[in-house]
Write a protein that binds this ligand. Structure first.
Ligand SMILES: *[C@@H]1O[C@H](CO)[C@@H](O)[C@H](O)[C@H]1NC(C)=O
Ligand SMILES: *[C@@H]1O[C@H](CO)[C@@H](O)[C@H](O)[C@H]1NC(C)=O
Length: 407
């Protein structure tokens, strides 16, 4: 009896949870958004709806708002707060077309902890834009195009910042001065040649730094950086340890000399290493990013291009032989079809016994006769297919003529 009650109770509890779960995960809370609970947060997901602004109609008490994969291009001041999204802890604006963020765009979002602005078209962000979001911990800025305008953000709370794949070529020494609590910093897959350890000296809590995928020059500055990171016990992926890195740099150095004319002022003092690296950075800005990424991906680019060249040579050779064969076949065939003698000779193959031993002697005889056409005036040329299918019947070219003549 007790068992029955327990089982009944358990079943109803499970089904209740199940159905409420289903209901929560599929609830359409506006024309563009689906609402559910996620990590104990009330979430609205408005993903991939071609939204061009943040007015989604989602309930304004949501704590997590996912607007990724839309076409939002601008965030105006107080826009989020005015809609009422003041409880937001998580805001995902990844994969949009944002090229401008106004100074007070995130004002009034006091609880915001995670902000994803990756995969947008940002080329600049003002330093103060996140200063008032005192709870912001994680900021993603990957895959934007900061180039030389790397943002000098100020945030006393930020612990994690990703700036990977942003085409950053140069890191000013004071870039991270406003981010005292940073623990993880991602600078991978940029276009940096050098990074001075001084740029990290204000980051007393830094635990992990990602540097891979940059065309590092691997000189003294980089050795110092590695030493600094080791001393401070900061985790980082090994750089400048393989030969491949040196090769990348060599490639980078070779390229600028080809476009030297554009930078007369920059090569005024080639001895000075700083000048040189500046010049290389300028060049790397100009170079198309595809070239650069190929440099980075293939450890030994010259070898690859060489082997490709050999392959082309080889292919050309094979193609040449093949086409020569085909052309000579066509030529021979053409000759045969054109030359009546040839076709008749083929037709002659393999009928009865002949007094003529060979084609040559037949030719000679026909020549002496001087009346080739009278020999076999009504014989059609053999079907090519027949010749092919029954070669034994057509072996001796001279015999049919004799047969015909005898007949
Ligand atoms: C934001 O959304 C994108 C695409 O939907 C996803 O890849 C990314 O992980 C999300 N960001 C965060 C911080 O969760
Ligand atoms: C290279 O630039 C084009 C636009 O100019 C961009 O679409 C592409 O993602 C960039 N590629 C890399 C590897 O940065």
């Amino acid at each position: 009896m007790i068992n029955g009650t327990v089982i009944y109770f358990a079943i109803s509890l499970v089904s209740m949870l199940f159905f409420s779960g289903i209901a929560a995960s599929t609830q359409q809370c506006s024309a563009f958004c689906v609402c559910d609970t996620w990590y104990d947060l009330e979430r609205a997901s408005c993903v991939g709806r071609h939204l061009y602004n943040i007015h989604t109609g989602a309930p304004n008490n949501v704590q997590a708002l996912d607007l990724s994969d839309n076409v939002i291009s601008l965030l105006t001041s107080f826009e989020l707060a005015n809609i009422g999204f003041t409880r937001l802890k998580y805001l995902n604006l990844s994969k949009n077309a944002i090229s401008e963020i106004e100074l007070n765009a995130f004002d009034g979002l006091a609880d915001l902890m995670v902000l994803d602005l990756s995969r947008n078209r940002l080329d600049d962000i003002s330093a103060e834009v996140l200063e008032k979001n005192k709870n912001l911990r994680i900021l993603r800025l990957s895959k934007n195009n900061f180039k030389s305008h790397i943002p000098k953000l100020r945030s006393s709370s930020l612990t994690e910042l990703s700036l990977d794949s942003c085409q950053i070529s140069h890191l000013p020494l004071d870039t991270f001065n406003g981010l005292k609590h940073l623990r993880r910093l991602d600078l991978a897959n940029n276009l940096m040649i050098q990074m001075n350890a001084i740029a990290l000296q204000t980051l007393h809590f830094l635990k992990k730094l990602s540097l891979e995928g940059n065309p590092w020059s691997c000189d003294k500055v980089m050795l110092d950086l590695k030493m600094y990171l080791r001393n401070k016990d900061i985790e980082f992926d090994e750089i400048c340890s393989k030969k491949g890195n040196v090769r990348k740099f060599e490639k980078m150095v070779v390229l600028p000399t080809m476009t030297r004319n554009y930078h007369h002022s920059k090569i005024a003092n080639p001895e000075e290493p700083k000048e040189r690296s500046n010049r290389i950075e300028m060049e790397s800005n100009i170079l198309n990013n595809k070239t650069l990424s190929t440099c980075q991906e293939t450890a030994n680019p010259t070898l690859v291009t060489d082997s490709v060249a050999y392959w082309f040579l080889f292919l050309g050779f094979i193609l040449g032989i093949f086409s020569r064969q085909v052309i000579s076949y066509i030529w021979l065939l053409g000759m045969c079809l054109y030359n009546r003698r040839c076709s008749l000779e083929r037709f002659n193959n393999g009928f009865s016994i002949s007094r003529e031993p060979s084609l040559l002697s037949l030719d000679g005889r026909m020549e002496s006769d001087g009346s080739l056409s009278e020999f076999y005036p009504n014989t059609p040329p053999p079907a090519y297919r027949d010749v092919m299918l029954q070669p034994s019947l057509y072996r001796y070219p001279s015999r049919i003529s004799n047969l015909n003549r005898d007949r």
